[in-house]
Design a protein around this ligand. Structure first.
Ligand code: GLU
Length: 278
């Protein structure tokens, strides 16, 4: 009896050790030296048409671009682990290797390049304004004096307003959907970020008819694939982006994900050509 018990404890310990070893072998390292069996990709969870989580389903143009790239890197869809990447957390998520890459309406900027690397761009958007449907007073950034504006912490959109439009009072939220709630109740007068994000949010069944995109863009936002510095995947990702554009999948996805939103991409800038990797 006693002997049996000791034997089974030993067997359990051996099984636990095996399980641990198995666990250590997993995890994604697509941004590192290869050999990982999964890839962790940061996307937005709250931007309809771009990166959106609905139960266990992930949809949007960013999601399609991410899936295409992952597949080209050898990761099938079931090997992708989707991670929420709010605007303010993106650099840290990459630096701390909580994600291998970020495809989340992430503009390529010089200041971000001090902390992370970018492949792409795979799309070019422009900063715009969203106002209540009946508002005729706001027609562009020069009509914002004395108005309350909402944007998201850590975004280029918030930075642009505080740098270039000092007379505007800026309210910062964690995500753009939070700003729309404030716009509806009158707590703020406008929401600002990229036109494609605003169009997607305004077109959801819950928001339909309540808001309008002003349609007067005042920046160029080059969406890149965020990577860790010193990565060895940038070239491969640029090749994947070019392939996606060439084989028609890029256009197909963009169309499907903006359908019914009234959004038309800037045809002078899109599709873009990926920039050389640093
Ligand atoms: N593209 C801009 C940025 O990277 C605004 C959208 C966002 O916050 O993701 O900051």
């Amino acid at each position: 009896m006693r002997k049996t018990r000791i034997a089974s404890i030993a067997a359990m310990a051996a099984a636990a050790a095996l399980a641990l070893t198995g666990c250590g072998g997993g995890g994604g390292d697509a941004g590192g030296d290869g050999g990982g069996d999964s890839v962790k990709i940061g996307i937005k969870f709250d931007q309809p048409g771009l990166g959106f989580k609905d139960g266990d389903k992930y949809t949007g143009f960013d999601v399609d671009v991410a899936k295409y790239i992952a597949n080209e890197l050898g990761f099938k869809e079931d090997k992708i682990e989707w991670v929420s990447a709010p605007s303010a957390n993106r650099e840290t998520l990459l630096e701390t290797k909580q994600v291998d890459m970020i495809v989340a309406t992430y503009s390529i900027t010089d200041s971000r390049k001090e902390r992370v690397a970018f492949a792409g761009p795979y799309f070019i958007a422009g900063q715009d304004l969203l106002v209540r449907q009946d508002d005729t007073s706001i027609t562009g950034p020069d009509t914002l004096k004395g108005k309350k504006l909402c944007s998201v912490t850590g975004s280029t959109s918030a930075k642009k307003v505080s740098d270039s439009y000092p007379g505007v009072s800026l309210v910062e939220q964690g995500g753009y959907a939070d700003c729309l709630g404030l716009l509806e109740t009158g707590g703020i007068d406008a929401v600002t970020t990229d036109d494609i994000i605003l169009a997607g949010l305004a077109a959801t069944p819950a928001n339909k008819g309540k808001f309008k995109v002003v349609g007067n863009t005042f920046t160029e936002e080059k969406y890149g694939v965020g990577l860790t510095k010193g990565n060895d995947t940038c070239e491969k990702i640029n090749t994947a982006i070019s392939k996606m554009i060439k084989d028609g999948e890029w256009e197909k996805s963009l169309k499907a994900n903006t359908e019914g939103t009234g959004y038309t991409p800037n045809a002078d800038l899109n599709p873009p050509t990926p920039e050389p990797c640093a």
